[in-house]
Design a protein around this ligand. Structure first.
Ligand code: SIN
Length: 508
């Protein structure tokens, strides 16, 4: 067996939540290992976050109210309190003073931030850097963890499974370059991000396979609210992939028009383009079905001045943005995940989860814009403060390194194609109870086929597929079990569904 390793605090994932946990842990004098399967900063979702990071201005109670309202009243009020009460201090201390993130300012002497507006926010409270906030935050966080003497960063390193003993997590099997070894840890913090790879179109980077949620679920941790998958209303999808067009663009005054040039959002909601994200996503889907296309009309705002990065990306793809940007909904965020308390502790001893893979309860059934970086930051810091102080407890574990590390490329590709098709058609923005049952059947069989391989192989892509199939089942099961349409969980009956012919879903 490749030699076992030990660390005081093992963090799995290198986005804002994992880096924040590492920063807080070393402030507690902990020794940290941060393992991330990312090879470049672009491999973490944080890099792609555009809009920004919301903070409280004059009225924290209104911030909390906006979180609760956007969630259709389902957000956990205590979790919302944790977020709102810790937001400003976390941003000031870590992002502004420690990392010097260059948030846009409103005046030439740099005294006041340029607070942006996004949907369902009652006031302008979004700190941003152009519409590329995540990349500016992550660059600085990665420099911090790379340079810190007490943080060992292992990139291109995946966690395959948690090591458990009597309800307690003792670390994880890590894999890099085909080698697999156990890393024992006093505490393990999952910060593995979202589930975009389960859907045909997503704003997440490739590799968003729900790894932390799957590993925690398989280890017996509590998982909650998995049916609440958020779709962003304004993604542009073409041959180069999915480009998010930030909600901040609508916050500045851009409007949505159908193929007939009609502005349609006022007919759907009094808040029009600034209605909660689930409402706008459903409206865009509907208008595309009725009229054929939906465009984001930026002619009434100073798009070039306010969003130069987005202009550049549009022009690189040949999008004629002056005539309107073609947009459609794409999977964006998972509101559910591994259940945690206000310190990021899961139901298993020594296991924490933070960021998108965690379910803090703060988003309920629909997340308010620009609260995901904030949630990752706040809970990352809290878990990093709480987790250290325990010694790793090595134990005898099976040797995974003698298994075959290889897997035929076509195996994962074919299964992923089937999984995404089922999730996109049956477990997307609209869900029909009968179709959810059908999806469950396909997903169960798919997981069975994948499990048979996992018993003998350790290929990373196989484990990603295993994780995706576990998480897809969790989402489909939770969706089938919830008979109330709320937030992002939108039930329709047979004759209302707008999915393609059922026969297009292949069953084995
Ligand atoms: C966006 O910029 O529209 C995304 C912001 C978010 O998901 O919170």
């Amino acid at each position: 067996m490749t030699e076992a390793e030990s660390t005081e605090t093992l963090i799995v994932g290198g986005g804002i939540a994992g880096c924040a946990a590492a920063l807080a842990a070393v402030r507690e004098d902990a020794e940290v290992t941060l393992a991330t399967k990312a090879r470049r900063p672009e491999d973490a979702s944080t890099w792609w976050a555009q809009g920004g990071i919301a903070i409280s201005r004059d009225d924290p109670a209104q911030f909390k109210q906006d979180i609760v309202d956007a969630s259709a009243g389902t957000a956990d009020p205590e979790a919302a309190d944790v977020l709102v009460e810790n937001a400003n201090e976390a941003v000031r201390d870590v992002l502004v003073e420690t990392l010097s993130v260059p948030f846009d300012v409103a005046d030439s002497d740099g005294e006041d931030f340029d607070f942006g507006k996004e949907a369902a926010h009652e006031e302008d409270r979004i700190l941003h850097v152009d519409a590329s906030t995540g990349s500016y935050v992550l660059e600085r966080f990665l420099s911090f963890v790379d340079d810190h003497p007490d943080i060992q960063v292992l990139d291109d390193t995946a966690a395959l499974d948690l090591i458990t003993h009597e309800g307690e997590v003792r670390g994880a099997y890590l894999e890099s370059g085909g080698e697999v070894w156990p890393t024992f840890a006093g505490a393990t913090v999952l910060a593995t991000g979202g589930v975009g790879d389960l859907y045909p179109d997503s704003t997440n980077p490739a590799g968003s396979t729900g790894d932390g949620i799957a590993m925690a679920a398989l280890a017996g941790a509590d998982i909650d609210d998995m049916e609440f998958v958020q779709f962003h209303p304004t993604a542009h999808v073409d041959d180069s992939g999915t480009l998010l067009i930030s909600e901040a663009v609508r916050g500045e005054g851009a409007t949505l028009r159908n193929a007939y040039g009609e502005r349609f959002m006022p007919a759907y909601d009094d808040e029009a383009e600034l209605a909660p994200r689930d409402v706008v996503a459903r409206a865009v889907k509907n208008e595309r079905e009725v009229s054929g296309e939906v465009f984001l009309d930026v002619s009434d705002i100073d798009f070039e001045e306010r969003f130069p990065d987005l202009v550049e990306q549009c022009e690189q793809r040949g999008i004629d943005w002056e005539s309107g940007i073609p947009v459609r909904p794409a999977q964006h965020f998972l509101c559910g995940g591994v259940s945690v308390d206000e310190w990021g502790r899961t139901s298993l001893d020594r296991l924490y989860a933070v960021g998108e893979c965690a379910h803090t309860g703060v988003h309920g059934a629909n997340r308010l814009a620009s609260t995901s970086l904030l949630e990752g930051l706040v809970w990352g810091l809290r878990a990093g403060e709480d987790a250290p102080g325990r010694d790793p407890a090595p134990m005898d574990v099976p040797d995974l390194d003698d298994r075959d590390p290889a897997l035929p490329d076509s195996f994962a590709r074919e299964k992923f194609t089937r999984l995404r098709r089922v999730m996109g058609e049956y477990v997307g923005i609209e869900r029909d109870p009968d179709e959810l049952e059908r999806a469950l059947g396909v997903l169960r069989r798919l997981k069975g086929e994948v499990d048979a391989y996992v018993r003998t192989r350790t290929s990373r892509s196989l484990y990603e597929l295993r994780n995706a199939s576990v998480v897809a089942l969790l989402i489909a099961r939770a969706a089938a079990a919830n008979d109330e349409s709320v937030g992002t969980h939108n039930l329709v009956s047979d004759d209302e569904t707008t999915t393609d012919d059922e026969a297009t879903v292949e069953t084995p």
